[in-house]
Design a protein around this ligand. Structure first.
Ligand code: KG4
Ligand code: ZN
Length: 319
């Protein structure tokens, strides 16, 4: 079964063709990030205007690279929510028009759940039930999944998302936007023991909070003249504290729900330090942890097409 995925929840305009839920025939992503950089964050109006300009071309390119014709498609899957409203509107309107003209079904899927599906594109063996951790620029959520139809939210951030905290700390340190990769780069040379940061624990809850640690970084930066070495130490310590917190909550959730399968997705899952730390803890605790490959951590449409396939299967759209 051939599914066209369309993703326009943030700054990317993405289209992909996926066969039978796990064979990626094409995965095209156009980003408008260059137009946002000078503002230090995503400007929704710019994002949706760029998406309007590029969505037809990006979809045509995805069909061409998949070496199929539009009429070969069986289903269209599009990101419904959450995301920037103007951006989502562009993707959904385009997908609706295409499904109407091709006379094929359209499914609307949840963006956060599709981040978790990313790991399924490359790992057929993942078993349910599992704990899913989504760590992106806009969200930090812990889910319990019996399958892709029965998903329960266990906890989420009460303030900043983890990616947002990386971006804001990078801004405080003058490292540019997006901040995650820059912090990871500096942290490699830093010594986390030189200055200690800690995330709020929020006991007896699977919720997260990252605004406190961001403010702690701000006060540290204000308190002295920073040399490059200080910035490296701050990045290392901030990154370590955030990863400690994410690991603790995820492992607690696995224990509570009695599962030894953990799936991590979202842009922050591209952080190599985080991936190594999760893998080490999983080994120690006898858990299996799955990550998407790096190119599938950030927003893409292959995960949307894949989740569309899984949803169609559970809803008996074709079967
Ligand atoms: O999932 P995503 O592409 O978009 C949203 O749905 O939000 O995630 C983007 C976020 C940004 O905040 C970016 O700074 C963060 O992912 N990110 C990283 C890394 N690469 C991207 N954070 C930490 N380390 C990275 N290597
Ligand atoms: Zn995302």
């Amino acid at each position: 079964m051939l599914v066209l995925g369309i993703e326009t929840s943030c700054d990317e305009t993405a289209a992909a063709v996926v066969k039978d839920g796990d064979q990626i025939l094409s995965n095209v992503i156009a980003s408008s990030i260059e137009f946002h950089k000078k503002y230090g964050g995503i400007i929704p109006e710019i994002a949706s205007r760029k998406q309007l300009e590029t969505i037809s071309q990006v979809t045509e390119e995805a069909i061409k690279r998949a070496k199929i014709n539009l009429k070969d498609l069986d289903l269209i899957s599009v990101t419904r929510f959450p995301g920037l409203l103007g951006s989502l509107l562009v993707g959904i309107s385009f997908a609706k028009a295409l499904s109407y003209s091709l006379k094929i079904p359209l499914l609307e899927v949840n963006h956060l759940h599709s981040h978790l599906y990313s790991a399924f594109l490359e790992n057929k063996e993942i078993e349910f039930p599992l704990i899913g951790l989504v760590i992106s620029g806009g969200h930090t959520c812990l889910f319990y999944l019996k399958d892709f139809k029965r998903i329960k939210l266990l906890g989420e951030t009460r303030d900043d998302a983890v990616g947002e905290a990386f971006d804001k700390v990078a801004k405080i340190l003058g490292l540019g936007f997006p901040g995650g990769p820059a912090i990871e780069r500096l942290a490699k040379k830093g010594d986390s023991s030189k200055i200690r940061f800690k995330c709020a624990e929020l006991k007896d809850s699977f919720d997260f909070s990252f605004s406190g640690i961001k403010t702690a970084v701000l006060y540290t930066v204000k308190s002295k003249r920073l040399m490059i070495k200080d910035k490296e130490d701050i990045c290392a310590s901030f990154q370590e504290a955030v990863v400690d917190n994410l690991i603790k909550k995820s492992l607690d959730a696995c224990k509570k729900k009695k599962t030894n399968i953990l799936v991590v997705g979202g842009g922050v899952a591209a952080n190599l330090y985080l991936r190594e730390r999760f893998k080490k803890s999983a080994r120690e605790e006898n858990l299996k942890v799955y990550f998407p490959s790096l190119k599938l951590c950030l927003d893409n449409a292959a995960m949307v097409a894949g989740l569309g396939y899984a949803t169609a299967k559970t809803q008996n759209v074709f079967w």
